[in-house]
Design a protein around this ligand. Structure first.
Ligand code: ADP
Ligand code: MG
Length: 178
């Protein structure tokens, strides 16, 4: 194998991310075969073709390999009202049309890769079935976070609620209902 680069380490989750050529490896420094096997089965039903590569287990460790998604991380784009619209629409539509009752549940801009009009999600570690109310709350707090304290905060707060109405989410179902 050619290049092998440690991209990220997280103490809280005892995990590392390695870039191995055209593959990204999420590695956990503990082993839970039952969880990862079931998690992977679930992801096969949810993720786009060409993303998942496989899982593996070693002595006190386990990993999940994904193929590199081409594009740029969403957090490297200029934040504009159009950007907000695009991301928010994507997350709502993705949940309602692709994953529900499962939810990706980590809608951080560092987990979204943009390639022209396409947006893809990486980092499915928190994906499982969640009650819908919990999905709205988490999506709202994740999606508003990058804009808190900026000129776009007001737009972000309102736009999510307006777009949610297209999916019959009533304004008072979000965390902040003012
Ligand atoms: N399949 C992939 N294609 C492209 N980039 C990826 C892929 N998987 C991970 N990455 C990159 O690695 C970073 C960390 O991976 P991620 O799964 O989000 O780990 P963490 O749980 O530490 O946030 C991502 O923000 C992204 O930049
Ligand atoms: Mg991530």
């Amino acid at each position: 194998m050619g290049t092998k680069k440690l991209i990220k380490q997280k103490a809280e989750t005892q995990s590392e991310v390695w870039e191995l050529g055209d593959v990204f490896r999420k590695k956990w420094l503990y082993k839970d075969e039952e969880w990862l096997t079931e998690h992977y089965q679930m992801l096969k039903g949810l993720c786009s073709v060409g993303y998942l590569k496989g899982i593996g287990f070693g002595d006190g460790e386990m990993w999940l390999d994904t193929y590199k998604i081409q594009g740029k991380l969403a957090n490297t784009f200029e934040y504009t009202p159009e950007f907000i619209e695009k991301i928010f629409n994507f997350c709502l539509e993705h949940y309602y049309t692709k994953t529900k009752p499962y939810a990706h549940f980590d809608w951080d801009l560092s987990n979204m890769i943009i390639n022209g009009d396409d947006i893809s999600l990486v980092d499915w570690d928190n994906c499982r079935i969640y009650p819908e109310g919990q999905v709205f709350d988490k999506m709202e707090s994740d999606l508003k976070k990058p804009f808190v304290g900026s000129d776009l905060e007001f737009i972000a707060n309102n736009r999510l609620k307006e777009l949610g109405e297209n999916y019959n989410i009533k304004p008072n179902q979000w965390i902040t209902n003012t």
